[in-house]
Ligand binder design. Structure first.
Ligand code: KIV
Ligand code: ZN
Length: 537
């Protein structure tokens, strides 16, 4: 067994999740530290072998988030916690500073090897790249026994040069060699052949773990990943929902479920608890604000729906007629009628535990209170309702402003008007009213008037969590800050009233933007019409 409990000679594929690093590089996917930790916990619960928690040299906040994940999630029976570093001493120092608290730390360092990257980006010769690889892998190895090296843009590099670089990386102490298709260019056949060549021709290649890392620019990331595993790689680098740079990375759920559903063909297994997939997918989508397309394999809303009459008829006769895996395998329980308004605190707590949420004391009391309020409005409360409630209210971003109340007047004819009441970071209550094109627009404008930090709404999405007129409405909002480079922030809200859900989602996105810009330390300016009414609600 190696340090993460996987025997490198077996056919167990290590799942290396990079949702928090490559995934967070998706346009618009900025996560708060609290969200990163929640996602890391959920990834650990799902059973991923390695979490690439971030790029610590990117900023002090990134370093701190990786450090907290290493400390809180990197327990002895938890996953390896990995930090990314360019092949620079400073990056490697920062990566080590961030991951060293983990029981099983890893430093992942990379350097480009394609002619186009070496000439135009690095301005380095092949000899210099070989020397830097030797020095920086050895530098990382002096800190940490577990060192991964990636020749960036490997799939557009000269394969014989790659062998030279990888030979040096092994000599300098790398324990995992990752072969990235950085720009999503290669085809499955070519990737399999490249992987086979590298594994057989690199001296010492039998002593390291080979890893696959693909991007989806041509829609071939999953196929390429599987081809790399068939060729001998034993680690797959993936992200939840396939989020990542440009068209994204290989999606975790597709690779894991391909191996799970076709065991006779692939003869590989993973340590993933597949029943955690749907929940992890929802959490990542909610926290990043990046929607999952309805027809997305495994986790899309339609992945297990059957529309055509002939299919429905077949399904009623036998589920296997049109389903190669059951929704339950990925954690989509159909029989999710769980609790009602007469359910007690104990039953609620047990259900929370079954869903993977450990809550005690005051936090449990608050969650139970919210459940009761929901059960008063809805006849039956499903698992999805509970998860939406918990995810938004207890695992959501840190609050700068808290929503104390929202009232709207709308209709036809009329002037949609919203009055919003927020508790600010200084404890004071702020009230504002606005007229908008509709009640949601009016509510958002009222919030903007209090907060006074300009932003542009780039996405607003409403969906129903369950069926029926009393369904919990789920809203995702994305805003772009107008100043300082236009970073995007996502927010999520759920309520039986979609105006309330929308206001919560917008405020969550605004809070994330404010936390990012350090706003929490000052009192809101508000516009001239903002009413301040003391510090009690
Ligand atoms: O795609 C890529 O090349 C990467 C490396 C940093 C591994 O993400
Ligand atoms: Zn990548």
């Amino acid at each position: 067994m190696d340090e993460s409990g996987v025997n490198p000679n077996t056919n167990v594929i290590r799942i290396f999740d990079t949702t928090l690093r490559d995934g967070e590089q998706s346009p618009g996917a900025s996560l708060s530290s609290a969200e990163k930790i929640d996602i890391a916990r959920q990834l650990a619960r799902m059973g991923v072998d390695i979490i690439e928690a971030g790029f610590p040299a990117a900023s002090p906040d990134d370093l701190e988030a990786v450090r907290r994940i290493a400390h809180e999630v990197g327990t002895p029976d938890g996953p390896v916690i990995c930090g990314l570093a360019r092949a620079h001493q400073n990056d490697i120092d920062k990566a080590w500073e961030a991951v060293q608290a983990a029981a099983k730390p890893r430093i992942h360092t990379f350097l480009a090897t394609s002619d186009i990257h070496m000439q135009h980006k690095l301005r380095m010769t092949r000899e210099q790249v070989i020397e830097r690889t030797r020095e920086m892998v050895a530098y990382a190895r002096a800190y940490c026994e577990d060192v991964e090296f990636s020749p960036e843009d490997a799939c557009r590099s000269d394969p014989d040069f790659l062998v030279q670089v990888l030979t040096v990386a092994i000599e300098a102490g790398a324990t995992t060699l990752n072969i990235p298709d950085t720009v999503g260019y290669i085809t499955p056949h070519e990737y399999g052949a490249l992987m086979r060549k590298l594994i057989t021709e690199t001296p010492g290649g039998d002593r390291v773990i080979w890893s696959v890392h693909c991007h989806d620019d041509l829609g071939m990331a999953t196929a390429n990943t599987l081809a790399g595993l068939e060729a001998g790689a034993r680690q797959a680098e993936v992200t939840m929902n396939g989020i990542g740079e440009r068209a994204g990375n290989t999606s975790l759920e597709e690779v894991v479920m391909a191996l799970h559903t076709r065991p006779n063909f692939y003869q590989f297994s993973t340590q993933i608890d597949t029943t955690q997939i749907a929940r992890t997918s929802r959490m990542v989508s909610n926290f990043t604000g990046i929607a999952v397309q309805p027809n997305k394999a495994i986790v899309g809303a339609n992945a297990f729906s059957h529309e055509a009459g002939i299919h429905q008829d077949g399904m009623l006769k036998h589920q296997a007629t049109y389903e190669i895996m059951t929704p339950e395998t990925v954690g989509l329980t159909q029989s999710n009628l769980v609790l009602g308004k007469h359910s007690g605190r104990h039953a609620f707590r047990v259900r929370l535990q079954e869903l993977g949420y450990e809550m005690e004391g005051e936090e449990l009391n608050q969650a139970f209170q919210r459940f009761k309020e929901l059960a008063d409005k809805k006849k039956v409360v499903t698992d999805a309702d509970i998860e939406a409630l918990i995810a938004v209210e207890f695992y959501g971003p840190e609050e700068v402003f808290h929503l104390e109340g929202i009232q709207v007047a709308c209709g036809q004819p009329g002037m949609p008007t919203a009055t919003v009441r927020l508790r600010g970071p200084d404890g004071q209550i702020y009230i504002q009213a606005a007229i908008g094109t509709g009640p949601v627009d009016a509510a958002f404008q009222a919030i903007d008037r209090i907060v006074s930090v300009p932003n542009t709404l780039v996405e607003y999405r409403v969906s129903a969590i369950t069926e029926g007129i009393d369904a919990l409405g789920e809203v995702t909002v994305r805003i772009r800050r107008d100043a300082n480079g236009g970073r995007t922030f996502g927010g999520h809200g759920a309520d039986t009233d979609i105006i309330v859900a929308s206001t919560k989602a917008y405020l969550a996105a605004v809070n994330k933007m404010l936390a990012y810009t350090g706003y929490a330390d000052r009192a809101p300016e508000g516009d001239a019409a903002t009413v301040r009414v003391g510090t009690t609600a």
